[in-house]
Design a protein around this ligand. Structure first.
Ligand code: PAF
Length: 290
């Protein structure tokens, strides 16, 4: 049987999305929100599917947020594929897309910005992408103020982003609950990402190695939990040998992303291994919980 495709409404204006949100609230509906930068793939659609279990309506946003791109990053060439994104969302039965124009979300220079605590935002991704989490948290706050969701879904692939946004909503006592979704992977283990389309055929065949190395590191840690530094070095070296340019490959505590100490190892504090590395010009990130 053919599934029914619903026509989706694309809302561009901030006033319009606020009006819609108010109507949903007056009808006692729970807005579940999936913020994205578009170029939707199955990873995004898995967030959408989870959102459908958390509320109705599901509002998806598409906005390529220049605040989170550094001067040498790919803001200009970031894939913008609105029409195919709309088709995918309609197939999922989504009926509200919020796709503000840049001049509407940032009508003047965004001088008021969120400044996340440095101990969680200047490490890992923040160390290599200056101001990245200022840009992410600022746009997410702004999108939340427009959409006013009860719940919002973020993927574990962006582990640090997820953690920072959870902290932000808690500390500001925001009425939005952050829900996490597991990382969606291709059959060879590569975490899906909009930037995967930049990979050449050769690079795409090497790309699953990042997740394999995370798994190897987890296995080694299970055998020899006191040699974290050594395990990190081995993985780093191996990535370089296979043509990667790693930024970090690092064991961290799950709850605050700080470096685990011997107390954490002895007491089996939940850890996560996070990695970022460039393959050619494409920078990939991934992580694995222990
Ligand atoms: O994860 C992303 O796609 C972006 O960082 C987000 C949360 C949509 C903010 O621009």
């Amino acid at each position: 049987m053919m599934s029914k495709v619903i026509k989706m409404e694309t809302v561009r204006s901030l006033n319009q999305i606020r009006k819609k949100s108010l109507e949903f609230k007056e009808n006692f509906q729970t807005i579940a929100f999936v913020p994205t930068m578009g170029n939707l793939h199955d990873g995004h659609l898995s967030l959408v599917k989870l959102a459908k279990k958390c509320g109705d309506p599901v509002v998806v946003s598409i906005f390529v947020n220049k605040l989170q791109f550094g001067p040498n990053e790919d803001f200009e060439k970031y894939p913008r594929t609105l029409y195919s994104d709309i088709e995918k969302l309609e197939k999922e039965g989504i009926y509200i897309l919020f796709a503000p124009k840049e001049k509407d979300l940032y009508p003047v220079e965004q001088e008021f910005r969120i400044n996340p605590p440095k101990d969680i935002s200047n490490i890992l991704e923040g160390e290599f992408r200056d101001g990245y989490f200022i840009g992410v948290t600022t746009v997410v706050l702004k999108l939340f103020l427009c959409v006013q969701p009860k719940v919002a879904i973020f993927g574990k692939k962006d582990y640090q982003q997820l953690m920072i946004l959870k902290n932000m909503t808690q500390q500001f006592a925001m009425p939005t609950k952050i829900i996490h979704a597991e990382t969606f992977r291709a059959s060879d283990g590569l975490a899906l990402s909009s930037r995967n389309i930049y990979l050449s055929t050769r690079e795409r065949s090497i790309a699953p190695m990042l997740f394999k190395e995370l798994n190897n590191a987890k296995i080694l840690f299970k055998k020899e939990s006191d040699s974290i530094k050594e395990i990190e070095k081995i993985a780093f070296r191996k990535l370089i040998d296979f043509g990667w340019e790693p930024d970090y490959f690092s064991f961290r505590r799950q709850n605050d992303l700080q470096i685990p100490n011997s107390y954490d190892v002895i007491n089996k504090t939940p850890l996560v291994i996070l990695a970022a590395a460039k393959l050619g010009t494409t920078r990939l990130i991934d992580n694995l919980e222990i």
